[in-house]
Structure formats: structure tokens, C-alpha cells
Design a protein around this ligand. Structure first.
Ligand SMILES: CC(C)(COP(=O)(O)OP(=O)(O)OC[C@H]1O[C@@H](n2cnc3c(N)ncnc32)[C@H](O)[C@@H]1OP(=O)(O)O)[C@@H](O)C(=O)NCCC(=O)NCCS
Length: 148
């Protein structure tokens, strides 16, 4: 069993999170992504394996609800339950902070992520047409925490 620790982001994790973001999303500017997480994120958790950061999740406080801004796991560590653990930590954060729900947006084509979210209890509640810069739609998904 892989021994993974989930803990709060520290400033020394910056480069690891940047690399994971770059690998997962191929953004034109990964530093801008991380800047947005740090500026607008209310919590960032990382998954650490053998002293190395192998995944992260960022959460934005929206008042009654919260939203997952981003989640990614390093390629060679996927399908080992790390994404699931990161979502569990986000749910814990929401419960501690009295949130009624946890929202997210996901690309219509991102089946692995949708499968993970459905497994954790998220349901599709809407669609943002042409949400992404390449014109792809986003599904809006919600985990209702009042039912937990
Ligand atoms: C989505 C992501 C974070 C999942 O992380 P992960 O650590 O691989 O997820 P887990 O191992 O916890 O998977 C839990 C469950 O999700 C589902 N799942 C995850 N990846 C899957 C895949 N590639 N295909 C099918 N189902 C998948 C499975 O049901 C899996 O359970 P199982 O392995 O027992 O079958 C990871 O694939 C990733 O970083 N992707 C690139 C970034 C991304 O798309 N982020 C989401 C943006 S909205």
C-alpha cells in the first residue's frame, strides 16, 4: 500500500505544484495558474510520497459553497487512490467550514476525472457551453454536503 500523506501546501511546494499543473493541463503559462490558486484559493492541499509532492488540490471559498479550482496527480502516480484522498481532504475542509456543497467544473471529454467525481458522490447539475478557450463545454458538478 502506497504511503501518501495529505497536508497543507507550503511555499517550498511551489515548483512541484507548478510542474504537476504543467504536466496535467499543458497551460501556456503554468506560473499564472499557480498564481491564481495562491491568490484566490482558500485552501491548497498536497499529496506527498517519500518527501516528494505528487499531487495537489485547490479549493475556493464561495460563501455557502466551495469549489474545486484544480486537482492533479503526477502521471506515474495516477490510479493509486491519490486523487480520491485529495478530494476526501477537500470534503473535510468543507465540513469544517460549514459548506453546504462542493462544486467543480470539468471538461465534457475528461472521462477519468468525471468517473472519479461520480465515485465520490458528485452529480452533474448543469453545463457551461464553450467554457474553455478551445470551445469545449464544461459540466458543472455538485457534491451536496447537506446529505452527508
Ligand atoms: C483526475 C485525476 C486527478 C485522478 O487522480 P488519480 O489519483 O488517478 O485518481 P484515483 O486513483 O484516486 O482514482 C479513483 C477512481 O477514479 C476513477 N478513475 C480515475 N482515473 C481514471 C481513468 N483514467 N479511467 C477511468 N476511471 C478513472 C476510477 O473509478 C478510480 O478508481 P479505481 O482506480 O479503483 O478504478 C488524474 O487523472 C489527473 O491528474 N488528471 C489530469 C488532471 C485533471 O484532469 N484534473 C481534473 C480537472 S477537472
Amino acid at each position: 500500500m502506497l504511503s501518501v500523506i495529505i497536508r497543507q501546501y507550503r511555499s517550498k511546494d511551489y515548483w512541484d505544484v507548478l510542474q504537476i499543473d504543467k504536466e496535467a493541463f499543458s497551460p501556456s503559462n503554468a506560473a499564472y495558474d499557480v498564481y491564481i490558486y495562491l491568490k484566490y484559493g482558500s485552501a491548497i492541499f498536497v499529496a506527498e510520497f517519500n518527501g516528494k509532492v505528487v499531487g495537489y488540490i485547490t479549493i475556493m471559498d464561495l460563501g455557502e459553497k466551495a469549489k474545486i479550482m484544480s486537482i492533479a496527480v503526477k502521471k506515474e502516480f495516477r490510479r493509486m487512490g491519490i486523487g480520491s484522498k485529495l478530494i476526501d481532504e477537500a470534503i473535510r475542509w468543507c465540513i469544517l467550514n460549514d459548506k453546504k456543497g462542493l462544486l467543480l467544473e470539468v471538461r465534457a471529454s475528461n472521462i477519468p476525472a468525471q468517473k472519479l467525481y461520480k465515485k465520490k458522490g458528485f452529480k452533474i447539475i448543469g453545463i457551461h457551453p464553450s467554457y474553455y478557450s478551445d470551445g469545449e463545454d464544461a459540466y458543472i458538478m455538485l457534491l451536496n454536503l447537506e446529505e452527508q
